[in-house]
Design a protein around this ligand. Structure first.
Ligand SMILES: C[S@@+](CC[C@H](N)C(=O)[O-])C[C@H]1O[C@@H](n2cnc3c(N)ncnc32)[C@H](O)[C@@H]1O
Length: 221
C-alpha cells in the first residue's frame, strides 16, 4: 500500500487551504451537495455507454492498462472506472471522490478513498495514468487539483481531463463554485507538469460534430 498517503493529512490539507480573493465555498458544502446528488441517478448516473466518445477517447489515450494502476479523480459512482475494470480486470483502479455517498456506488473490485482532488492521498508517481471527468469543474482550487493529478502520475504516464468549455458557460445551471475552462487555460496548467499536452472539442458520438460544450485535454507526463 505504498501508494496510499495518510488520509488524515489529506483531510487536514483540504480544510486548511488558503482562501482566494472571493470567499470559497467550504468543502463541506460541496460534499453535502454531492451527498444529496448521489441519490439522483438521472443526472449522476452510475453507468455510461462504452460507445460514447468520451469513454473511447479516454481509453485510447490511457492505452493498454493490463497490470497497470490508474486513478479516477472525482469518480462519482465510478461509471468510467467500471468500464476500465471490465476491460482490464488485472489493472489496479483507484477511485477518489469527496462524497462517500458517491463512492458507495462504485463497483466492487475498484479501490476507493474519500479525499479531495486538491490533496490526493497517493504517493508521487505511483500511477501509470489518471483522469478526471466532469470533476475538475468542482475543484475550486483548480491549479492545485491539476498539480495533484499530475503529481501522482509517473514520467511517461498519461492524463485525461474531460470537462466543460468556458465558451459555453450559461448553457446549463451550475452551483456557485463550478467553473468551466478555456482550452489554453488547462493546457497551460498541464504544461507545468507534462511534456505533451493537447486539447480538442468532443461530442458524445464520434460521428456528430462537437457542439462546443465538452472539451478533452490529453497529456503525457
Ligand atoms: C459531475 S460528478 C462527475 C463524476 C464522475 N467523474 C463521472 O463522470 O461520472 C462530479 C464529482 O466530483 C466530486 N467532487 C467534487 N469536488 C471534489 C473534490 N474537491 N475532490 C474530489 N471529488 C470532488 C463530486 O463528489 C462528484 O462525485
Amino acid at each position: 500500500m505504498g501508494w496510499l498517503r495518510s488520509l488524515t493529512a489529506a483531510v487536514h490539507n483540504m480544510a486548511g487551504r488558503t482562501p482566494g480573493k472571493r470567499p470559497r465555498t467550504p468543502p463541506a458544502e460541496i460534499r453535502a451537495f454531492f451527498t444529496r446528488a448521489a441519490q439522483d441517478e438521472e443526472h449522476y448516473p452510475s453507468t455510461i455507454d462504452a460507445r460514447i466518445f468520451h469513454v473511447k477517447l479516454l481509453m485510447e489515450h490511457l492505452g493498454d492498462l493490463s497490470g497497470k494502476r490508474v486513478a479516477d479523480i472525482g469518480c462519482g459512482k465510478g461509471r468510467f472506472a467500471r468500464i476500465l475494470r471490465e476491460r482490464y480486470p488485472e489493472a489496479s483502479i483507484l477511485a477518489i471522490d469527496l462524497a462517500e455517498a458517491m463512492l458507495m456506488r462504485v463497483p466492487q473490485g475498484i479501490l476507493r478513498a474519500a479525499a479531495t482532488m486538491t490533496a490526493l492521498p497517493f504517493a508521487t508517481a505511483c500511477c501509470d495514468g489518471a483522469y478526471a471527468t466532469e470533476s475538475l469543474e468542482h475543484a475550486v482550487d483548480v491549479p492545485a487539483a491539476v498539480g495533484e493529478l499530475c503529481r501522482i502520475v509517473k514520467s511517461g504516464g498519461r492524463i485525461v481531463i474531460i470537462d466543460k468549455n468556458a465558451e459555453a458557460w450559461g448553457r446549463l445551471e451550475t452551483p456557485e463554485w463550478e467553473r468551466w475552462f478555456g482550452r489554453k487555460e488547462l493546457e497551460r496548467l498541464l504544461a507545468r507538469h507534462c511534456r505533451e499536452v493537447s486539447s480538442r472539442p468532443i461530442s458524445y458520438w464520434e460521428d456528430v460534430e462537437p457542439d462546443g460544450l465538452f472539451l478533452a485535454w490529453l497529456a503525457v507526463k
